[in-house]
Ligand binder design. Structure first.
Ligand code: DAH
Length: 339
């Protein structure tokens, strides 16, 4: 019996020694120490021994089991290390190899323009306000003093969702929302997307962008408006830019004006960009109508203010020399890559 155990040991150790991978090792484990393995068989054979011989043989078998288990663990660790080593060798990274080319996007000219406008007004102490694009007619028209029969309320101009809900046709409703919730002094700009049922052509799009401005405080005068817009025009379009006001009408301002800037291409002499005029129409503006202040809970006897609104596309087209507005919305990468 002792010889048999010694034989098992010798054979098992030889086999463990030769093992190449973990699967083989698992098979050998079953063969020797498994339920039906060699060691179990040897223990069963003890029935044929004399009772006084049994403890010594039992002890030998158990010692061999411990030894083999130790060997299996050792081998297993060895194989794991070998496999890791192999993986490290085959998966090595060549740090000198050039990397895959990634294509970096660019910021859309509209977004660039909005960011630049924001920077200029933030520098003048303004805050940036936001409002919904799906808006109530109440804020888009009523609060802004637009009469029931104002042409901009027509379905040919404005996209209606229901009788009382529209896609905002201007950023001006944000003025009303801010005035309702904040106490003066107020100094905000609101950039955003607006919608009008216009037919697409080189200078019109049913979706476009505006920036609204609003200042409300004590003793705000038209001169503050003009000075502010002059400062903005110089920073945005160049130090030599001049500004002029023409009388106009908006329901939410009184007096109202349209502001033109001197042509930043020809400097005012007249060219293709300004159509020979020397001036380019830039924005609408005026002193906030007392009705609007009252509608929004601000006392027009204590406070006054100015407001303005302009189209971002017009400024972006002027700054980047883009002649057709459609290019800004077609998302052709060949076009966008240039900015
Ligand atoms: N909301 C006007 C438009 O879309 C632009 C405008 C004009 C805004 C005068 C103003 C303003 O705040 O005072 O044509």
């Amino acid at each position: 019996m002792k010889d048999q155990i010694a034989q098992i040991q010798k054979q098992a150790l030889q086999e463990i020694e030769k093992v190449e991978d973990q699967k083989e090792l698992a098979e050998i484990k079953v063969k020797y120490t498994g339920k039906k393995g060699e060691l179990t068989k040897a223990l069963r054979g003890m029935g044929e021994l004399k009772p006084e011989e049994r403890p010594a043989i039992g002890k030998l078998v158990n010692e061999l089991r411990d030894k083999l288990e130790e060997e299996f663990a050792k081998k297993e660790k060895e194989l794991q290390e070998k496999e890791l080593q192999k993986r490290l060798e085959t998966e090595n990274i060549d740090v000198t190899e050039p990397s895959k080319k990634t294509t970096l996007g660019s910021i859309h000219p509209i977004t660039q323009t909005i960011k630049e406008v924001e920077e200029i007004f933030l520098g003048m102490g303004y805050q940036i306000a936001d409002g919904p694009e799906v808006e109530k007619t109440f804020y888009n028209f009523d609060q802004l003093n637009a009469p029931e029969d104002h042409p901009s309320r027509d379905i040919q101009d404005t996209f209606y969702i229901t009788d009382e809900i529209i896609l905002r046709s201007q950023t001006s409703p944000v003025q009303a929302r801010v005035m309702e919730t904040q106490k003066p002094p107020i100094k905000i700009i609101c950039p955003g997307t607006v919608y009008r049922s216009d037919t697409i052509d080189a200078t019109h799009s049913p979706v476009f962008h505006q920036v609204e401005g609003l200042v409300i405080d004590k003793n705000i005068a038209m001169t503050d408006l003009k000075g502010t817009l002059e400062m903005f025009a110089k920073k945005c379009l160049g130090e030599n830019t001049k500004i002029r006001f023409r009388p106009h009408h908006f329901p939410f301002t009184e007096p109202s004006a349209e502001a033109d800037v001197s042509c930043f291409v020809c400097g005012g002499k007249g060219c293709k960009v300004c159509k020979g005029e020397g001036w380019i129409e830039l924005l609408g503006c005026g002193m906030v109508h007392p009705n609007v202040l009252r509608n929004c809970g601000i006392d027009p006897k204590q406070y006054s203010g100015f407001a303005f609104g302009f189209g971002v596309e017009r400024i972006a087209m002027a700054k980047f020399g883009i002649e057709d507005m459609r290019l800004l919305f077609e998302n052709d990468i060949r076009f966008l890559k240039q900015f």
